[in-house]
Every structure is written in C-alpha cells, then in structure tokens.
Design a protein around this ligand. Structure first.
Ligand code: FES
Length: 207
C-alpha cells in the first residue's frame, strides 16, 4: 500500500453523512472525476460552516493506494476558496438523451440480492415520470463487485452504485434524469436525504 501527500482544488458536490450527523466524507468534483475525501474527526470539527455543495475547495491530505488499485484520500485541511470564473470547471455539456440508460447487473449474485426488484422499481419510477422512452434499463454482465450487489451504473454519468436498496431507485432516477422532462414537484432536499444514504456506496467508475 503506497502513501503520499495530495493537494487538490475542486468543487464540493455533497457531504456524506454517517451515524445520522457525522460528515465522514466530502464528495468533490476534480477535473471531471469524483473523489471521496475522508474527514478525520479533527478536520471535521474544523470545517468551515460556510461550506455548501457547489462551493470550491482546496484540500490537502494523504492518499493511499490500496492493493485493489483504489486510492483512499484523507484530508488534513479543507479550505473554502472563492474561485474566479476562469478557475471554475467548465459546465458539463448537456447530456445526449439518447445515451441515457441504466445498466443493472443481471448476474446471479446481484439478482439474489434484489437486482430484479431494483429493475422493477426503476422501471416503475421511469414510467411514473414519463421517462420510459428516454431512459433505457439494460441488464449487464458481472460488474465485478458481486458481494456488494445489486450493482448498477447510470449512463452517461458513468456513476456506479452498489448495494442499492429498492426504495432508493426513485431518488436515483430523479438525481440523474430530472432534467429530461418538465420537473414534477419534488423537493431536492427530499431527494438528497435518500441519496445521501445511497451515495455512501457510490463509486465513480472514472476514479
Ligand atoms: S454478479 Fe453482479 S457484480 Fe458480479
């Protein structure tokens, strides 16, 4: 396991809350990748209360490369920065609706863990929102995380969700595809509450 320091400048996407109130990770967008940065207790206590999703941060810390190839990031300091417009990442191009799809692992380990019920719940939500013609659900081969099923990837964001609960399907559809048709009134905070739980298990396949 190799260890080194890191410095990054990115945009805060969300807080990952554990035990009901502890901010355990920050989800940060850095050059089109999403990183999860762990907050030790000391750093958590020193967090700037002005931090909100969308703000820009400078984070320093330690990164460890695991045997699995995954890199863990742990913050030593988190600073709020006022990015000038030229420093801000380019806006993400609007998604091509034709590419919108949800890939759900169709192999046995994921099916045993509720993959089929998850597909049903996703279909029901898409139908409910009138999105069944815009977003395809497809089953895939093994996504190499069998013990953490059911697994799925939302395209074109390439966002990989693990251990998805059936009741989280609706919030995930809202999060990724709410802009595909006139919005149905559902508060973002309602969605965020459910997504916080799901996003604790989220891995961006780009990272
Ligand atoms: S069976 Fe679903 S990830 Fe392997």
């Amino acid at each position: 396991m190799s260890k080194s320091t890191f410095k990054l400048h990115g945009q805060l996407l969300a807080f990952v809350i554990r035990d009901g109130y502890k901010v355990k990770y920050l989800r940060v967008a850095v050059e089109n990748k999403e990183l999860w940065v762990k907050l030790p207790k000391k750093v958590r206590k020193a967090l700037d209360p002005r931090l909100t999703p969308g703000c820009y941060l400078k984070i320093k810390g330690i990164q460890k490369l695991q045997k699995t190839g995954k890199t863990d990031f742990t913050a030593k300091s988190v600073k709020l920065v006022n990015a000038t417009p030229s420093e801000r990442p380019q806006a993400t191009p609007r998604r091509d609706k034709a590419q919108a799809r949800i890939l759900v692992c169709g192999k046995s380990a994921c099916r045993k863990r509720g993959g089929q019920q998850l597909c049903n719940a996703l279909e029901a939500k898409l139908s409910d929102r009138g999105l069944e013609d815009h977003v395809q659900i497809k089953t895939t081969g093994c996504l190499k995380a069998c013990k953490k099923g059911p697994n799925m990837i939302v395209m074109p964001d390439k966002t990989h969700y693990r251990q998805v609960e059936v009741h989280e399907a609706a919030a995930i559809v809202e999060e990724h595809f709410a802009d595909q048709q006139p919005a149905v009134a559902q508060s973002r905070s309602d969605r965020a509450a459910v997504l916080n739980a799901a996003s604790e298990r989220l891995v961006n396949v780009n990272s």
